[in-house]
Design a protein around this ligand. Sequence first.
Ligand code: ZN
Length: 293
Amino acid sequence: MPELPEVETVRRGLEPVMEGARFTAVEARRRDLRWPLPKDFAARLQGQTVTGLGRRAKYLLADLSSGEVLLMHLGMSGSFRVFRDGGERKPGQYYHERAQHLAHDHVVFHMSSGAHVTFNDPRRFGSMKLVRRDKLEDEPLLRALGPEPLGNEFDAAMLARSCRGKKTSLKAALSDQRIVAGLGNIYVCEALHRALLSPKRRASTIASRTGAPNERAERLVDAIKAVLQDAIRAGGSSLRDHKQTNGELGLFQHNFRVYDREGQPCVTPGCSGTVKRIVQNGRSTFFCPVCQK
Ligand SMILES: [Zn+2]
């Protein structure tokens, strides 16, 4: 499943061809993705200009000149391809990549920028929704989301307040979208390793009894921001290498320190540990039992 850095990479890939451009035609080849497409979907987009392309957690938000916002989620297997100037490229590379059969090209945006933007989604857990901009705050999909991890408001004090008294593990707390939005299995494992904190540690132990942050909370927030920024940078650099690919996937240079590295040596300087895999809440957790305390 794409996580926040992949979605941000996709946003940066779509921005130059969608922002400021008008939908000249929209093809909706099915009536539904995860949910039915909005009523009169193509007609409501056609002729509208994208005034801005933003992101909230793992949602892409295209502001339209009509006053509506097109909310797009990639789900488990959704991806976009951009066709322009006789070449095709795919913004965002995911670790768990899936084949893209043309049969799964469900929505195509023809933009006045000359680009065709195709949404492909084999498993159809992705979604598209149209919401009025002035009703966005009431949107159920967004309302329950916690702070953006890269936003200024997300800091040690805020994370500690949310974890105060929590008996769940740190892994579970960071995976909870109400505590911090957009983190998934991969980057939670990576952030905990960078912060040298065990995924099994009780979430409450990063806060004092009154909810004040301790040094662990500071380390954890720094690690979360750093790992996301590094991943976005890596995604951005992979884009430059894939300018004129014809849908073929290049190899995205992942630099995971623990994720999917079971049995391999820990990369923390001076640590002689071996990366271990355990299962927490039905998901694999990768960590080093020696340096992550
Ligand atoms: Zn280690």
